[in-house]
Each structure stands twice: as C-alpha cells, then as structure tokens.
Design a protein around this ligand. Structure first.
Ligand code: ANZ
Ligand code: ZN
Length: 821
C-alpha cells in the first residue's frame, strides 16, 4: 500500500507555514471573538523533552480548534530565561550566563517550530532581555510605592551548598529543593512582597474559578493561604524583676481557655529571650542553638518527642486567674500567629505530649463522652459539653462557645476575635547574578532610594563570567565594583546599588501581559490590548506550579487592578494541568537511566505520531507511561488516514447532499461529538472518534457506497480537519491530495447538519395481559432495563395497571414489553 514520507512532509510544510503565517493574531478577521490560549513558558535548559512534547500537544489541540471554530486566537511563546541553571553552567564553562541561555533558547525555538505548534512567533519574549526586565523593575518600584515591597531583617532559609536564600516553598522536608542539601537559618536583610495583604482576596476570588480550575489546585491554594478563624488572647506575664508584660497568643479554640494550664513561646523568638528569668538564660541559649537546626516541618510533626525549657516566669490566665508556667519549645513556630500559645493539653495532643514530658497540669474543659484525657493522655478534640468552664458550663455548641468567650474577652479588654493566615510574605531577593537587579540605590545620607524610572533598566553587567559568579554568601554583583558603586539619584553623592536580584517567579508573574505587545514602550503592557484579550481563556501547564506561580500571578493581577491598570482581578479563567510523562512507572531521570529523548522519537516516528501518541494516551490529567505507548501504531493509523485522501474521486466542491446517508450521519455525529469532547478536554476520545471515522470511511470506500460518493469526500475532509488538531503534517498532506490549497489549519470547522444527528428509532409495543396499551419510540440499541423503565413510567401503562401488583414483566428489547398483573 502507498505510504507517505513523513520526514519530507515535515520539511515541506514547515516552509509553507512559515510563509503563510496562519496563526498570526488578528488573522481571523474583524469581528471575530478573541481567545487567549496560554501555555506555561519554558525554562531554557537544554532541548525540549517529553514533558514539553506532551503539554504542547495537548495545548495545541485547544488553540487549533479555536482557530477552526473562527476565533481570533492569541497563542504566544517565550522563555522564562533568568535563573540558576544558566548561572551554574556559566560557572562551569567560564562564560556569561547569557551564552548558555540564548543558545538553549534557539535550540528550543527550532524544536517548537519542527514540532508544529501553532504559536504566533511575533509575540516572542525572553524575561532576561533588558527590554523585558526593565518593566519587571518598574513593577517592583510601583509595588514599593504602594508599600507592597519592603525590606526587613529576618531569619531566612539558607542553602549552604547553593549559598543562597530559599523561599519556604523551596524547602522540601528541610532540604533544598534543587540540590538536596540540608537547609539552615540565617539573618539577612531581605526584600519582600506583601502578599499577606491580599490573603483574603486571594481566597475569595477563587470561588468563581470552581469548575474551570482543577479542584485539586484550588484546594492546594486554599491550604497554602491557610485561613484560620480564632482569637487573640492577652496574658500578663510577671517577669523576674517584678514588672508585668502582656503577651498575646493566637488560638483557634478560645473556648478552651479555662483548660489552658501553661503557656509556650517559640524558643527562637525574641519574646523568649525577653521574658526568660536570669537563672534560665543559659539553658534557653543552649536549647535555641539546637532548635535552629531543625526544619519547620520536623518541628510541627506531632510524633516528634517534645523538648523545651522552663523560662522561670508565670502568666495569669485571664479567666481563671490562675498562674501558669511559661515554657519555650520548638513546637511553637516563631513566625506563625504571634509565636506564643496557650497550651490546652486536654484538647490538643501536642500540648498534652508536652505536659506529659514535663509533668504539667491537664484539665478537661470539654466532655466529649470519650475517656478523660487527664487520665488517658489522649487529647479529645471533638464537640461536647463544656465543663470546668465558668460561663460556658453546660453549653454544648462549639460555635456558640467560641463566640461567647470572644464576646467576654472583648468586653474585658483581654482579647479579640481574629483571623490568621498561614500565608507568608513573598521573599523575593536572591543573592545571585542571573536575575533582574533590584532597582534601588543605598545612600549613606538618603537611605534607600529608588532608581528613577527614566534610568531603567538597571542592566546586568556583561563583563562578569565563570568564577566571578561563584556564590560567596553575598550577590556576585556586590563584588562588581564598577557596577555596584554609583551616584545617589537623590543627592548625587557616592552610593551603592542594591546587589540582589529578583526571584524568577517575579518575572513569570506578569509575562502573560507582556505577550500582548512585547515591544510596548509606554508601560509593562498595552492596556488597550489587555482589555481586548485578558483574562487568559485557557491556561495549560504542570501541576508543579499549582501553588507558587499561580498564586503570585494572581497576586500581581490584583495589585495591577488596584493600580487601575487592568479591569479584571483574575488572570486565568480556566486552567488545565496535564499529567507527567513517565517511563516504566517512574519519572524520567538521568540517574535511573529511563529518560526518553524526544528528538530520537521524532526522527524515528515523525512529529505527528509522537503528538498523536501523547494526545491519545489517556485523559490529559493522567500520567503517560511511555513504556506502554506504541508510536508505531500511531504511524500506521496516520498512513491509513492519508490513504483515504488518495481514494476520493468526487471532485473538490461536490455537494455532499445526496451522498450515502449512513456515512454522512457518521461524519456529522463525529464532528458534533468532538466539539463537546474538546470543551470537556477529553482529547484522547477525540482521537478515538477520528479513528472510528477513518474505519467507517474505509469500509464505505471498499465495500459500501464506493470512492465516488460525495459522502466519502465529505468524510475524508472531516478526517483531515480533525487531524489538523493533533497531526498537522498528515492533515496538510491529506488536504493537498484532496485538491485544496493550504492550510488545512484554517479550513474552518465544518457546519454540522442537525438533521443528520437525529437517531433512528424503532417502535416498542407495551402489552398488559396481552393487550397493547402503549407504543414507545426508542433507540434501536436500548437496553432491556431502560426499556422496562420507560414502559412502566408511561402514563397509559400506569393507568392500565391501576395500582394492581405486577406479577411478571417480559422484555424483548427493542420491540416488546409484556406486563402480567
Ligand atoms: C489553644 C488550643 C486548644 C488550640 C485546642 C488548638 C486546640 P491552625 O488551625 O493551624 O491555625 N498555634 C498557634 N500559634 C502557633 C504557633 N506559632 N506554632 C505552633 N502552634 C501554634 O492552628 C492554630 C492552633 O495552633 C492554635 O489554637 C494554637 O493552639 C496552635 F484544643 O490554641 B490552639
Ligand atoms: Zn543620597
């Protein structure tokens, strides 16, 4: 049988597409509705891999479908091109990070073109271009003007190996996310974005995203923001010198205040050192030394043996008037809530474990009907009746208990109801070179001075390379004398540039807006374009970005909204997370030796077969195990489809009306169903339906209506258009063989004839005691159970049975139901 040469087809059509530029934004003509299709931009490390191949293939189904449906589509591509790998490569290879970065970008760009993704290349951007980071810096300054970027001295996560500060999110179980080294703490003056100011809005604005964002991602974001309702309660501590100091705790269970029998403060918080009795100072210092080594995760683990130091002072319980010992421990975190807690051992297991180790009192205040925790040392956390609780005694409703005690505390001036968030401000400064420099000058006289807007961008020096970039605990920029020493923009005196660079998550928090016009000169993005295109209609990318990138982009959008720069509050209306491509059940990795090279797969099977395999593998959210895939099968299918185009003999433009009805029905049903499947992201089923249509058409040609029937042309054209979503080269070859001009990608979605979608029906007869009582129009393939249900629900049948018990029902689908009463 005839086959086509995929490699030659790839060469040929690429050139044609480059000339035609079919995916140029605006080419759908005036009046076309606009849709923004966005895929998470790649980091330029090496060439494309199987993961890119998958996400791009899935994403492209949507973008290409939108074009076929007549939308004007924006589908841009660019590179998230600042970041550590380039810097580390530069150190290794004794070069500037730009060398590695831009070489890899060219390699990847070439691969994307070969892979046939429908990008509009005119919107290309790189976050490491001065043209781009000028505006990243500008945004930083605007955030700073609004009080949303600030500097503070704070203990930060420090990776001793990478010699850099890590955000909390980059610490995984106490280890550095990228190198695996154990993370320690360090005091540094750092820049932060005040994301916490937006915590409630980040939470509230998720509501309308339910249904178009994966539930899992929404849940992860909600968790990360971590809203807790509770109260601040004030306790007076009597210090060793006889003075009193008020300490506030955060609790989600103010209703258990009568059961608070001691207080615990974070050992590494300033507070501990400030209240400790002199006799205990040395013990505290020694303990803190140990604590600094542990990660937050370890510290919060419930099964960790409890440790701590008695601070030698007491606090007054504001409702019982009892004196409670004050301890320091590592299970209380310095940077959550107020860094101090009231311990209620009867109803909090961690407090109870601590009480057991140090023999502290336990008092039950909620009787849940379970065994008394004072005896069992098993804390009870459920609902119950308040006991030993003064004004709450006898009450059995937790919500009421909480609001009543808060009322009382507020009346006494001893506390307030409050909301606490787990979300922390975003630590954005990095002591590394390859990022956007923070556009601030430090002047001995004027302090922190922003670089004037007309002096942006603050460019990275291009004369540093190799060893100059080696981590030294401060940014390599601090050692670049010529760069760091400058004039104060305010007084003109000698001053130093801020030598930190920004987290690359800052770059990626607004790139989708820059795509609207990457060369726009009057601002970070063109507001008129933003009104036309934003928010993004469909965002496709990996679930590894479920928290940070998406949260930060949402935060940026809200700030831009508050600045009056955009009129929407959420950047991405819909989100799709593709699964991972794995091999033999495991993530592909060098160390496991199970990596699969995309280039090799393409050389062997062709682009279309690889793309089709990715899309056909299963629901897009599921992982794809490459070991189970057979791109060879995809090649065979594509050849089968292609051969159909050669068999069609009806001339181009022959109307299909009058053609074989069964085949026409199959074609129109497929097109109709595919529309719904694509809306539901069931792309794998789209491929399955296309395969079925190919089979039906083949049968029609060989043993049905024959190749000259106009229904055959209609069916094969539909196959070409369906394939244009997943296998663009094969689709183009078919389209040409069918006598059309390129490109099939813009052929337009065929109009579905509703008359051809109507199912054939048969008449089923319902008899009672052998007499016909009803006739039903049913599908020929109706199941016996469905037919029986329909029959028994028919009003005429119900009337005829007239409440008599049914003794027997005989069903012969699809024709007969016989009821015996
Ligand atoms: C008394 C109490 C009684 C508590 C009880 C719980 C149960 P979430 O929901 O995560 O916000 N807590 C407060 N600050 C803390 C800190 N810095 N480090 C460790 N634990 C801290 O948890 C809030 C609860 O965690 C607070 O409510 C407090 O213990 C503890 F039956 O106060 B609770
Ligand atoms: Zn100055």
């Amino acid at each position: 049988a005839a086959t086509y040469d995929m490699t030659a087809a790839q060469e040929r059509w690429r050139k044609v597409w480059e000339d035609l530029d079919p995916f140029r934004v605006g080419s759908a003509g005036p009046g076309a509705e606009k849709r923004y299709a966005l895929t998470m931009f790649p980091y330029p490390s090496g060439d494309l891999h199987m993961g890119h191949a998958e996400v791009m293939a899935l994403h492209d189904v949507i973008a290409r479908y939108w074009w076929q449906k007549g939308y004007d589509v924006l589908n841009p591509i660019g590179w998230d091109s600042f970041g550590l790998p380039a810097e580390n490569a530069a150190i290794r290879n004794d070069e500037h990070p730009a060398t590695y970065t831009y070489a890899n970008i060219e390699t990847q760009a070439e691969s994307f073109r070969r892979y046939g993704i429908s990008f509009d290349w005119s919107r290309r951007l790189h976050t490491s271009d001065p043209e781009y980071y000028r505006w990243t810096q500008w945004l930083f300054l605007k955030f700073r003007e609004r009080g949303l970027a600030y500097r503070k001295n704070s203990p930060v996560n420090w990776c001793p190996n990478d010699q850099t500060v890590l955000a909390n999110e980059q610490v995984v179980q106490g280890m550095c996310e990228r190198c695996g080294a154990e993370v320690t703490k360090r005091e540094l003056n750092q820049w932060y974005f005040k994301v916490t100011e937006y915590a409630q809005r980040l939470l509230d604005d998720m509501e309308p995203l339910a249904g178009t964002w994966p539930d899992r991602v929404l849940a992860m974001q909600r968790n990360w923001i971590g809203r807790s309702e509770g109260a601040h309660v004030d306790f007076d501590i009597e210090l060793a010198d006889g003075s009193t100091r008020t300490v506030t705790v955060f609790t989600t269970r103010p209703d258990t205040l009568y059961g608070a029998t001691f207080m615990v403060v974070a050992a590494d918080a300033k507070l501990a050192a400030e209240v400790v009795a002199p006799a205990q100072e040395a013990a505290l210092a020694a303990y803190v030394e140990d604590v600094r080594k542990a990660s937050d995760i370890d510290r919060l683990a419930t099964d960790r043996p409890k440790s701590g130091v008695d601070l030698g002072v007491t606090a007054l319980n504001p409702v019982t008037g009892e004196r409670m010992p004050v301890w320091a421990s590592d299970y209380v975190l310095a940077d959550y809530g107020t860094g101090a807690i009231m311990a209620v051992p009867a109803h909090d297991q961690r407090d109870l474990d601590f009480a057991k180790v140090f023999d502290l009192p336990v008092r039950r205040v909620v009787d849940t009907g379970e065994d008394n925790p004072e005896e069992t040392y098993v804390a009870t956390t459920g609902d119950g009746t308040y006991v030993n609780s003064g004004l709450l005694d006898g009450l059995a409703d937790k919500a009421a208990g909480i609001s009543r005690i808060i009322e009382q505390l507020e009346a006494d001036g001893r506390g307030t109801g409050t909301v606490n968030f787990r979300l922390r401000d975003w630590l954005l400064s990095r002591q590394r070179f390859w990022g956007a420099p923070i556009p601030v000058v430090h002047c001995p006289d004027c302090g922190e001075v922003p670089v004037p807007e007309d002096q942006l961008p603050v460019r990275l020096p291009d004369d540093l390379k190799g060893a100059d970039l080696k981590p030294k605990g401060v940014s390599p920029l601090a050692a670049a004398e010529a760069w760091v020493n400058t004039e104060c923009p305010s007084c003109g005196g000698p001053a130093k540039r801020d030598s930190d660079t920004m987290d690359t998550f800052v770059d990626s928090s607004w790139y989708y807006l820059r795509y609207l016009d990457p060369h726009y000169e009057d601002g970070p993005f063109d507001p008129a374009q933003a009104r036309e295109w934003m928010p993004v209609a469909q965002y496709v990318g990996g679930v590894e970005h479920a928290i940070l990138h998406l949260l930060y982009s949402r935060f940026f959008t809200k700030v831009l909204h508050d600045m009056g720069m955009v009129d929407f509050v959420e950047p991405f209306s819909a989100l799709l997370n593709q699964g991972q491509v794995i091999n033999q059940g495991k993530a592909m990795s060098k160390s496991l030796g199970n990596g699969v090279n995309l280039g090799e797969m393409i050389d062997r099977y062709g682009v279309d077969a690889v793309r089709l395999t990715m899309v056909f593998a299963g629901p897009p959210e599921d992982d794809i195990d490459w070991a189970d895939m057979s791109p060879g099968g995809a090649v065979k299918f594509l050849q089968r489809a292609w051969r159909l185009a050669g068999d069609v003999t009806a001339p181009v433009g022959t109307p299909a009306v009058g053609g074989d009805v069964a085949l026409r029905r199959a074609t129109h049903k497929t097109l109709h169903e595919v529309e719904q499947l694509i809306e539901g992201h069931r792309f794998n089923v789209v491929v399955a339906r296309t395969m079925e249509l190919v089979n039906v058409t083949r049968k029609a040609i060989d043993s049905g209506c024959g190749p000259a029937d106009p229904a055959v042309r209609e069916a094969v054209e539909a196959v070409a258009i369906l394939l244009s979503l997943v296998a663009p080269y094969t689709a183009e070859e078919m389209w040409e063989r069918l006598g059309h001009q390129p490109t099939v990608a813009r052929a337009g979605w065929p109009t579905v004839d509703p008359a051809l979608l109507v199912e054939d029906t048969v008449t089923a007869v319902v008899q009672i005691q052998g007499k016909v009582k009803a006739r039903l129009e049913v599908a020929p393939d109706i199941s016996e159970a469905d037919l029986e249900r329909l029959a028994m629900a028919d009003p005429a049948v119900v009337r005829a049975i007239d409440g008599r018990p049914v003794r027997k029902v005989v069903v012969r689908a699809p024709k007969l139901v016989n009821v015996v009463v």
